[in-house]
Design a protein around this ligand. Sequence first.
Ligand SMILES: Nc1ccccc1C(=O)C[C@H](N)C(=O)O
Ligand SMILES: [Zn+2]
Ligand SMILES: [Zn+2]
Length: 210
Amino acid sequence: MLYDISPPLHTGMPVWPGDTPFQAYRVWRLEHSCPVNVSRIALSTHAGAHADAPLHYLAGGMAIGDTPLEPYLGPCRLIHCLGGGALGAEELQAALARLPGPLPERILLRTWLRSPTTRWDPAFRALSAAAIDWLGGQGVRLIGVDSPSLDPADSKTLPAHHAVARAGMAILENLLLDAVPEGDYELIALPLRLSGLDASPVRAVLRSFN
Ligand SMILES: Nc1ccccc1C(=O)C[C@H](N)C(=O)O
Ligand SMILES: [Zn+2]
Ligand SMILES: [Zn+2]
């Protein structure tokens, strides 16, 4: 069974305040003199489900088109962390301990009971740098969240992103996890090979093993 964990991309979808709104234009329209429909899209590199590259938050960091793909493919664990406020290391450890077996290299965190699909909501759960440091120490290579950022919307220092950089982890954000039970899955969420860019939209899915 496959879970699609990518929110739909469409005109009017909520975006980070001040960032590019998603827009689509029909460049060619199928009609008697034209055999095809072709569109042009304008969107932020952080639109919908996306992968952050180190270049997003580190001067001289690696671009998304150059990052290794292994973190984005393979066994992962999804856990629900539906409380409020910043998500710290202790809460994360307790939540992960609910599932048996060794920790996979990819961890997905559901923080919304219902992801906001019609409006921008700045009240999302950020992760503490200590929580990221602990995951890095466990050998985790990818952290994925259903919020728009690992850090608070008004953060200027991005401590969780920088903890990710120290641990050499990959980041997925804006996943749609409303309908997925806690458990172990195979993650498939490849970024586009965008040269020199800071992030890329992904089509993210979870495949259940049973
Ligand atoms: N679009 C933006 C414009 C300005 C500042 C941040 C963003 C972000 O998208 C944040 C991002 N999702 C992040 O946490 O990496
Ligand atoms: Zn991002
Ligand atoms: Zn980010």
